[in-house]
Write a protein that binds this ligand. Structure first.
Ligand code: DC
Length: 215
């Protein structure tokens, strides 16, 4: 079996950047699982689907294609907020689970393992992952990072609005009944509040090497 690395964490904690860098370093395939929820949300917004209708949303989830996951439109704040609402539905989570499990256990050709990032990778999708990392940072720091990211996409938004969105998103992601965001029991915690991207990467790389290399 090829190694699987599960990276979970809060919104704008830096987990996506970290996961991508780790995947490139180790030659593993990378899946940003938030994009799956974002893709369902984007489809739902496009067709005007009711974000509280789990079974209608689950049908949209079955239509997602890998190409769609590359759309820059998925990065917007509006799609992210809708994704958090879409993600509370058990039917949607069930519809997206198989894709993620398949990716983890049978990564695309040419890759030596898989890195998945999200909210429930270490707890639900890959409970037996070889390495689990839970990434978090102080909310002010996360809000600042997200604000700058949205500005770089050309969005017209205030820092106060980003703080409000982040608070709401954290609350929904951690308090939902199904697969809430929480560290897996055997996850290694990585607080990126005072870490640069490179410093966070070095800590995670070191940890992964210690766990995987003796095998
Ligand atoms: O990581 P992100 O901001 O792209 O994720 C968007 C939303 O999708 C997030 O608020 C919660 C949901 N999500 C989830 O419930 N489970 C995952 N594994 C990934 C994302």
């Amino acid at each position: 079996m090829k190694p699987v690395i599960a990276i979970d964490g809060t919104f704008a904690s830096g987990k996506g950047t970290l996961a991508k860098k780790l995947a490139a370093h180790f030659g593993y395939a990378y899946l940003d699982t938030g994009k799956l929820y974002r893709a369902v949300a984007a489809r739902a917004l496009e067709v005007g689907a009711d974000l509280s209708d789990g079974s209608a949303l689950a049908k949209l989830a079955t239509l997602i294609t890998p190409d769609e996951l590359e759309s820059p439109a998925l990065k917007s704040g509006a799609v992210g907020a809708a994704a958090s609402k879409v993600a509370v539905h058990t039917e949607v989570r069930v519809a997206l689970k198989n894709y993620q499990v398949q990716f983890a256990f049978a990564p695309p050709k040419g890759f030596a393992g898989a890195v998945l990032d999200g909210r429930d990778i270490g707890t639900v999708i890959c409970p037996d992952a070889d390495v689990k990392i839970y990434v978090d940072a102080k909310s002010e720091v996360r809000a600042d990072r997200r604000y700058n990211e949205l500005l770089s996409y050309g969005e017209d938004i205030s820092l106060a609005q980003v703080v409000a969105d982040l608070t709401e998103r954290d609350h929904r992601d951690t308090n939902r009944a199904e697969a809430p965001l929480k560290p897996a029991q055997n996850a290694h915690l990585l607080d990126t509040t005072n870490l640069s991207i490179d410093a966070a990467f070095e800590q995670a790389r070191h940890l992964i090497e210690i766990i995987l290399l003796p095998k």
